[in-house]
Design a protein. Structure first.
Length: 75
């Protein structure tokens, strides 16, 4: 699990999150990457307005060519 990141997004500008890296040691038969998002009320930053989860289907395999991607279930 990675650290939480907080950023502000607008209708015309996405939130400027930094890249996340997950180091895997041991067998890598199957891994799953899930991005969990929460939206906070701008007038009360402790109040959650919405939530969403995204299961990542494709991501870059570190040992592959820079232009190649692999499906999540391969790793």
């Amino acid at each position: 699990m990675s650290a939480e990141q907080f950023a502000t997004a607008r209708d015309d500008r996405p939130a400027p999150f930094s890249a996340q890296v997950a180091m895997v040691s041991g067998p890598t038969e199957t891994i799953r990457v899930v991005v969990r998002m929460r939206w906070f009320d701008p007038s009360d930053p402790k109040t959650i307005q919405g939530r969403a989860s995204h299961a990542v289907d494709w991501y870059r395999y570190p040992l592959a060519d820079a232009n190649e991607f692999c499906p999540g279930q391969i790793l």
